[in-house]
Write a protein that binds this ligand. Structure first.
Ligand code: GLC
Length: 591
């Protein structure tokens, strides 16, 4: 069984301890602007403009691993285009492609060397344009990943910056003198105690110019200096480049770390060591500085010109921090991800109930995620080794019926599991090498999409860049498509309901039976339509009773719309509902 370690925990462990997670075409042609007016019912009945991204199901694609059209072992854009029909049939409205720009690939694309092109390993700009056009035909929008905290050290801006102290781009990055250190020939010590999220000092010495530059992540990812207006202008121009090409929005990478304390004060040191064996540290002076919000407000203005959406990689510790990312006047990120949701470690009804209630009451539009390319797959995190498929359906039934926009991670819909490296030699993700064996890196959750039961999961005819687990023989698109009880077909039904049922799209969220330790139940209500979701998070059968008299539904009847209960009960008595272990029930309630 792969470990349940993930970068969220890894980040917590490396920098702060458990309490604090550090991290961290013309648009109009595609009707990117508001295109539906509905009454949103989130407690009140006021009519507000409904935005496209509120009704959309998002799907994250890690391009190296999704579909390999030229059989070189690495996925590509043509591969993604060839799978658009699959995505449409699944019920996906928008794909977020993690960085596919030219890059030395030290951090597998999160080290961008050119923001206005496509890495040849993935194809060309023409391939990208075709992808957008084909996606549009299928009503799928394309979201790109915008890496704004840092560039690659091979980006021409950085090459110029490091060339001399008086170069035009010197102040585009964060260069500082070291602290004098003693001894003949000493080069000086780093300017302060800041540690990189990926291990080691956050300062890299450059012998040529005799100064240190700051990097929140790898040394090959120097941080941009967002205090320099020229940086902001250049980065906003890159955003426009993609908006003009028909991109419907960005997922903003590592927004927490855009600014650092100009006085370079040391971060407070905490007791204990992180996975790198280094002292744990708070990120007081390197994360979530107030200036971040100035940039987000400005970038939002650019996005608004194109009706585009900004999704944030927002690693927050509490709901107040998350709320800040929406902006005081809803003028920052429309979709900051609630990554706290991924920190729920066990299948716990009370814990999920608490998290959902917090974000639902937060005032912003919730964004639910259970897996991504930085954390262990939910299949492993919540699976008990025996009922993993059943639990995968349960998790889906939960986060795909909540009020908010979900972001699926490729392969989640077929129950893909982590395939972690077995030895240090196998590791591709640099942090997995540095922190081995305490942490094996992120390769496990980035393995190729499993399309068929054939060799390499049908991803590629040659050995792919990461190995496919043997579970691909049962968990793959082809086999699951023809099995009515598969995880894939459960996702399809669920997403179809989500698109059809107004209560699921626009309804409010009302928790029921709030003290039940095993069963999470809630209503979604829109006008006179009500859907009841009942989720048995336990390994034993349960019986639940609902008293809906205070909702005016005293003698309501239930009709099961979808269930993962193998016995498939047809009707549902709301007075006494018997639940199979780890089963989900989505029930239409009528008077
Ligand atoms: C984000 C990405 C992660 C990357 C890091 C540095 O956290 O999700 O994959 O390594 O930023 O760019």
């Amino acid at each position: 069984m792969p470990s349940s370690r993930g970068i969220a925990r890894f980040r917590a462990a490396t920098s702060l301890g458990a309490a604090v997670v550090v991290l961290a075409v013309a648009a109009s042609a595609f009707s990117l602007r508001v295109f539906a007016q509905h009454e949103r019912n989130s407690g009140s009945q006021e009519a507000v403009a409904r935005q496209w991204w509120q009704d959309a199901v998002f799907y994250e694609i890690y391009p190296r691993s999704f579909a390999d059209s030229n059989n070189d072992g690495v996925g590509d854009l043509k591969g993604i285009t060839s799978k658009l029909d699959y995505l449409r049939a699944l019920g996906v409205d928008a794909i977020w492609i993690t960085p596919c720009f030219p890059s030395p690939q030290v951090d597998f694309g999160y080290d961008v060397a050119d923001y206005e092109n496509i890495d040849p390993m993935y194809g060309t700009l023409a391939d990208f344009d075709r992808l957008v056009a084909e996606a549009r035909k299928r009503h799928i929008r394309v979201i790109l990943d915008f890496v704004i905290n840092h560039t690659s050290d091979k980006h021409p801006w950085f090459l110029d910056s490091e060339s001399s102290r008086i170069s035009a781009h010197r102040d585009w990055y964060i260069w500082r003198d070291g602290k004098p250190s003693e001894g003949p020939g000493a080069l000086g010590a780093p300017p302060n105690n800041w540690r990189a999220i990926f291990g080691g000092s956050a300062w890299q010495f450059d012998p040529k110019t005799g100064q240190f530059y700051y990097h929140a992540f790898y040394p090959q990812q120097p941080d941009l200096n967002w205090r320099n207006p020229a940086v902001e202008k250049a980065m906003f121009d890159q955003a426009r480049f993609w908006f003009e090409r028909g991109v419907a929005g960005f997922r903003l990478d590592a927004v927490d770390t855009l600014f650092e304390d100009p006085a370079l004060r040391d971060n407070p040191v905490l007791p204990g060591k992180n996975s790198f064996g280094e002292p744990k540290m708070e990120s007081k002076y390197t994360s979530k500085l107030p200036e971040v919000h100035d940039v987000l407000r400005d970038l939002r203005k650019v996005a608004d010109e194109y009706g585009a959406v900004l999704i944030g990689e927002t690693w927050t510790n509490n709901i107040d921090e998350l709320k800040e990312y929406y902006g005081q006047h809803s003028n920052e990120l429309q979709m900051p991800m609630d990554l706290m949701f991924t920190s729920v470690k066990t299948l716990s009804a009370p814990e999920f109930r608490r998290q959902i209630a917090a974000v639902d009451a937060g005032g912003g539009w919730p964004v639910f995620v259970i897996s991504n390319h930085d954390i262990d797959r939910s299949y492993n995190r919540y699976g008990d080794g025996q009922h993993n498929d059943q639990i995968a359906k349960l998790m889906a039934a939960m986060y795909l019926t909540l009020r908010g926009s979900p972001i699926l991670y490729y392969g989640e819909e077929i129950g893909m599991e982590n395939n972690d490296p077995k030895t240090k030699d196998e590791v591709k993700d640099p942090i997995g090498k540095v922190a081995w064996p305490a942490y094996r890196g992120r390769d496990g959750e980035r393995t190729p999409m499993q399309w068929t039961p054939g060799p390499n999961g049908g991803f590629s005819t040659v050995t792919p860049w990461l190995p496919v687990p043997s579970s691909a023989q049962s968990h793959n698109v082809a086999s699951e498509s023809s099995d009515p009880e598969s995880i894939l077909n459960f996702y399809k039904h669920l997403l179809s309901l989500r698109h059809k049922e107004k209560a699921l799209l626009y309804g409010d969220y009302l928790a029921l039976n709030p003290d039940d330790p095993n069963v999470l139940s809630y209503l979604r209500r829109y006008r006179d339509e009500t859907i009841l979701v009942v989720l048995n998070f336990s390994s034993s059968p349960q019986t639940v009773t609902f008293d809906l008299s205070s909702q005016g539904l005293a003698s309501a009847k239930g009709k099961t719309l979808l269930t993962s209960d193998p016995a498939k009960p047809a009707g549902s008595s709301l007075r006494s509902l018997s639940l199979a272990p780890y089963s989900a029930y989505i029930i239409r309630v009528s008077r």
